[in-house]
Ligand binder design. Structure first.
Ligand SMILES: [Zn+2]
Length: 302
């Protein structure tokens, strides 16, 4: 059974400490994965202001955000300007590509994207993507071949602007199978590889899940008959939950799970249908997320 493994890197700290940790775990099993990097300023500390919102406060308490992310991250960008990750930690990003992993763009500024996507114009979206692509091109010596927006905050404008970059595919939404997004009645060329499995922060602290049964929960969700795409975070599985993740990989590998970069899933995919990208609420996640539109039990259309 193949499982696409996607590692989102949101912060300076996640890049500096979480990424090398995860690379060591993956190397121990000769596993290659897909890393999506943020390369602009680390302004994730601006999230602190969102503490004022009850849903987010609840999530912070539930997932022990301070221990997950560290106070330095929560404050970063709030009281002093965030460091440019792609400038300060270029060696780490390069070392990931050199180790044979697939490297894609997550964002120029993770916080700005999540906070402003609803009001960003096509031009602003293009500029944000372009800054990220240019920085990553400078770091890698070649353009990134794939991308994944922060927080699954994707809309039709984003899909159309992404088509201007040489991405082989994008992973901007949640869903069930690889598809070609339909925008304004037209099927776009770049396929979407949706994430099919929940993330740690979405389920732990809810539905009876803790650190001690989370691994088994995810393993039970893997289905050889379906597309399996798992997202982990450099800040979570790479730092605070590193031991748990190490156990997860050992268990999964011993059960015959083969982890692959997302590009491999695309190469092995025989058929892709068209689908719109729609907004949905997801339990355990704040606000809306982009989803593959023609699947899912709560769609009401199938
Ligand atoms: Zn992210």
């Amino acid at each position: 059974m193949q499982v696409g493994l996607r590692i989102d890197v949101d912060t300076f700290r996640g890049t500096k400490y979480g990424v090398p940790n995860l690379c060591r775990v993956l190397a121990g099993h000769s596993i290659r994965a897909t890393f999506f990097f943020c390369v602009g300023p680390d302004n994730m500390g601006r999230h602190l202001w969102r503490l004022l919102r009850p849903a987010f406060l609840w999530k912070m308490l539930r997932t022990k955000a301070a221990s997950l992310y560290g106070w330095d991250i929560l404050l970063r960008g709030t009281f002093w300007p965030g460091p440019i990750i792609g400038e300060r930690l270029a060696d780490i990003i390069r070392s990931v590509a050199d180790a044979g992993h697939e490297v894609g763009l997550h964002a120029w500024d993770h916080h700005a994207w999540q906070a402003h996507i609803d009001t960003m114009t096509a031009e602003a979206i293009y500029q944000s993507l372009n800054r990220g692509v240019e920085m990553l091109t400078q770091v890698l010596g070649r353009p990134p071949t794939c991308s994944a927006v922060p927080g699954w905050k994707c809309n039709d404008l984003v899909l159309k602007e992404k088509a201007k970059f040489p991405f082989h595919y994008n992973s901007d939404c949640r869903g069930e199978n690889i598809f070609h997004p339909v925008v304004g009645g037209r099927e776009l060329l770049q396929p979407q590889i949706p994430v099919t499995l929940p993330t740690y922060d979405e389920v732990v602290g809810r539905i009876g899940l803790t650190d001690s049964n989370y691994n088994d929960y995810i393993l039970a969700l893997l289905d050889p008959a379906k597309l399996n795409v798992l997202t982990i975070h450099a800040e979570v599985e790479g730092i605070v939950c590193l031991e748990m993740f190490r156990e997860f990989m050992s268990k999964a590998v011993s059960k015959g799970v083969s982890f692959v970069p997302l590009e491999t899933l695309l190469q092995n995919c025989l058929e892709t249908g068209p689908a719109p990208v729609v907004r949905r609420e997801l339990p355990g996640r704040e606000g809306w997320v982009a989803c593959q539109g023609n699947v899912g039990v709560d769609d009401g259309r199938n």
